[in-house]
Ligand binder design. Structure first.
Ligand code: FES
Length: 104
């Protein structure tokens, strides 16, 4: 079961368990003060925006064009930005550490 480490908007770090095959968005949506994920993972709202710790960026599958397009519209975008609904979790990603991006 993959472990997700998340820094929330208050700067607190938490550890969350998620089932294999879940998206990174799911545990972040289910936590208190997590991501809104308004579109439910359809890659159309960007309210699941996170910053991935540098050591994990290259371990994640590269974003598809629709994710890149959505990220391109965000003023808070950084090099390590991802839409968490587009990242599928598996054991190889256990320990991934992300920071929830500011709301836009
Ligand atoms: S939940 Fe809407 S883009 Fe990720």
């Amino acid at each position: 079961m993959p472990l997700v480490r998340v820094i929330d908007r208050d700067g607190s770090e938490r550890e969350l368990d998620a089932p294999n095959g879940a998206t990174l968005m799911e545990p972040l949506r289910d936590m208190d003060d997590g991501v809104a994920a308004i579109c439910g993972g359809m890659c159309s709202c960007a309210t699941c925006h996170v910053y991935v710790d540098a050591e994990w960026v290259a371990k994640l599958p590269a974003p598809m064009s629709d994710e890149r397009d959505m990220l391109g519209d965000l003023t808070s975008r950084r090099e390590n930005s991802r839409l968490s609904c587009q990242v599928l979790l598996n054991d190889a990603l256990s320990g991934v550490r992300v920071t929830i991006a500011p709301e836009e």
